[in-house]
Design a protein around this ligand. Structure first.
Ligand SMILES: Nc1ncnc2c1ncn2[C@@H]1O[C@H](COP(=O)(O)OP(=O)(O)OP(=O)(O)O)[C@@H](O)[C@H]1O
Ligand SMILES: N[C@@H](CCO)C(=O)O
Length: 293
């Protein structure tokens, strides 16, 4: 992200992409940016017009103050939102990143890009939404380090977004503290192969790799129609099907025309009387965009 040359800045507009994470066995490790956006506007203001009440915003501003050792300016903020909340599409990461990047620009950039990333990752508690939202593309990451590649524009992500909201914080609490060695080995094997498929753009080898033992078996108890939708998507040619982030979105991947998968998901969800939106998304290889006014 580059910040335009210094002038008198009244406010910032920050456009941040949605993200899909985990890809089955890559829990807290894989993420990709998608063509769906939140646009956050941050402006300096007077006390009477400040709009800092949301707990996530208060927490983010406090962290900015701690890291820069200077008081945050009074701000008002707003979000033009395309990304559904609490559906496993990284909405919270866009709020944190948008605010941090926006306030940083208003304050003459005391934090470098790496420090903004580090701060947002700490607030989120895991790196796999924040990194791709910031950098675009497909990301293989730990909190400290990341490898990134572009995603071919023929890849489609087909999101089935149910009406049910799932809080990431709560859905992490139901996960086990320990896993069996055999399960861990299988996860490592499949996740490593998914990473190779993305980095070599060998998407055709993805089928069969989206099997997870770490989080999906626990989280899918709350999504009883998972098996039927998975069967429909894979039967229509999807290369993979997985729980996006902590859910509730169920994600299919295709290389090339997604129409058959979309139709199969529509047909099966109608048959099961499950309400949900189907979003056909492209990869975003750019990441965060910031403009000032
Ligand atoms: N547009 C928005 N306006 C205000 N608050 C938002 C917005 N988007 C997200 N949030 C805040 O983020 C919370 C959702 O964050 P949560 O981490 O649970 O889910 P997510 O980020 O959508 O999904 P995941 O982390 O699994 O990808 C909401 O409950 C709300 O507090
Ligand atoms: N890897 C995180 C992503 C949350 O969006 C989780 O599955 O809890």
């Amino acid at each position: 992200m580059s910040i335009p040359p210094r002038k008198v800045i009244k406010g910032c507009r920050v456009k941040i992409p949605a993200t899909t994470t985990n890809f089955g066995p890559g829990f807290d490790t894989f993420g990709a940016a998608l063509s769906l956006y939140n646009v956050i506007t941050v402006e300096k203001t007077s006390e009477a017009h400040s709009s800092v009440h949301h707990p996530m915003v208060v927490e983010t501003l406090k962290e900015f103050e701690k890291r820069t050792s200077r008081p945050c300016p009074l701000i008002k903020w707003s979000v033009k939102s395309q990304i559904p909340q609490a559906r496993g599409l990284g909405s919270s990461a866009t709020i944190r990143l948008g605010l941090l990047a926006g306030i940083n620009a208003l304050e003459d950039s005391p934090l470098k890009n790496d420090e903004i990333l580090d701060c947002a990752i700490e607030l989120e508690g895991h790196p796999d939404n924040v990194r791709p939202a910031f950098q675009g593309g497909f990301i293989l990451c730990s909190p400290q380090k990341a490898f990134r590649c572009r995603i071919d524009s023929k890849v489609f992500f087909i999101a089935f977004v149910p009406q049910i909201e799932i809080s990431t914080q709560l859905s992490r609490k139901i996960l086990p503290e320990e896993v069996k060695l055999k399960d861990a080995v299988e996860n490592i094997q499949r996740a490593s192969m998914i990473a190779v498929c993305f980095f070599k753009k060998q998407y055709i080898d993805l089928p069969g790799l989206f099997v997870d033992h770490f989080h999906e078996p626990y989280r899918l108890k709350y999504i009883p129609y998972w098996e039927e939708l998975k069967k429909a998507a894979l039967g229509a040619g999807a290369l993979g099907f997985y729980l996006s982030g902590s859910g509730s979105t169920l994600m299919s991947i295709t290389y090339g025309d997604p129409t058959e998968v979309v139709q199969a998901l529509k047909k099966q969800s109608t048959k099961l009387a499950i309400e949900g939106d189907i979003l056909v998304l492209k990869p975003d290889n750019h990441g965060i965009r910031l403009s000032t006014f």
